[in-house]
Design a protein around this ligand. Structure first.
Ligand SMILES: *[C@@H]1O[C@H](CO)[C@@H](O)[C@H](O)[C@H]1NC(C)=O
Length: 265
């Protein structure tokens, strides 16, 4: 509570109502991974990996810290805040398994490319995107299949019903679920999200809302897909992951050229 008020005072000057406090959905998951080597979506349901075959668990020293999305045989996309704090040699991904901590195939990350302007400038964690590169193919039987990348000029996807997936908290602050979770969300018009989060939102964000679902810590870097098209990766939300606040994702169309320039995909 102290934390909420402190942040709120800095950001808004005064707090008469519950403030929207943007936090990365991953800070404490990363802390846990660091202190306990070997460690959901709110309001979601169990998913099968064959429904979302592009979903990867991004691991730091073999512990889940984030999601990632496979977009070609040797490239995956995640959030910058998932990988910006450690050398690439600590990271690997697990693909082809709905279980967070077993099954499927594990591949070492050969290189991470963090957006050069991540967290530069105004707003909440702008340019929260990174590329993971692999030496071997990460797709195929027992491994991943790719999510399609959208055209740069495709529409804003509002008010489509699309899906978020991940192994983040299903109850805030408790243990991460072992089985991949999915939830259907409505893509918001950018203006609706700005009405809630103000200048934290820019053209590089896409926001989602639902009556009872939200992304939460541990979902970061994971996908928002409309059909088999990757529309966003989890960036931030309100502290504690209340469903009354939007879940904020990095907008892939906005970074389409950057992805191409840095990965060839
Ligand atoms: C990937 O290949 C490069 C170049 O051969 C090599 O230096 C690096 O160690 C490899 N990384 C992994 C994780 O296999």
């Amino acid at each position: 509570m102290k934390f909420i008020v402190a942040i709120c005072l800095v950001a808004f000057g005064a707090c008469s109502t519950l403030p929207p406090v943007p936090v990365h959905p991953n800070e404490d998951i990363i802390q846990q991974a660091l202190s306990h080597p070997g460690s959901r979506i709110i309001g979601g349901n169990d998913a099968e990996i064959c429904e979302y075959p592009w979903q990867a668990s991004l691991m730091f020293s073999n512990s889940h810290v984030c999601g990632a999305v496979v977009v070609s045989d040797k490239v995956a996309i995640t959030a910058a805040h998932c990988v910006s704090w450690a050398p690439s040699s600590y990271f690997s991904i697990r693909v082809g398994s709905k279980a967070r901590s077993r099954g499927g195939l594990v591949f070492a990350v050969a290189e991470t490319v963090v957006h050069e302007e991540y967290n530069v400038g105004a707003g909440a964690f702008p340019n929260d995107i990174a590329i993971l590169k692999f030496n071997e193919s990460i797709i195929g039987p027992g491994a991943a299949s790719v999510a399609n990348l959208p055209d740069e000029n495709s529409k804003d996807f509002a008010p489509h019903r699309c899906t978020i997936t991940g192994w983040g908290y299903s109850v805030y602050g408790q243990v991460l679920p072992e089985v991949l979770q999915k939830a259907e969300m409505t893509v918001m018009k950018p203006k609706w999200c700005t009405d809630v989060f103000g200048s934290y939102i820019n053209d590089g964000h896409v926001c989602l809302i639902s009556d009872d679902s939200a992304s939460c810590n541990g979902d970061s870097g994971g996908p928002l897909t409309c059909g088999d098209t990757l529309v966003g990766v989890t960036s931030f939300g309100a502290l504690g992951c209340p469903a009354i606040y939007p879940s904020v994702y990095t907008r892939i169309t906005y970074f389409r050229q950057w992805i191409k320039d840095n990965s060839g995909v």
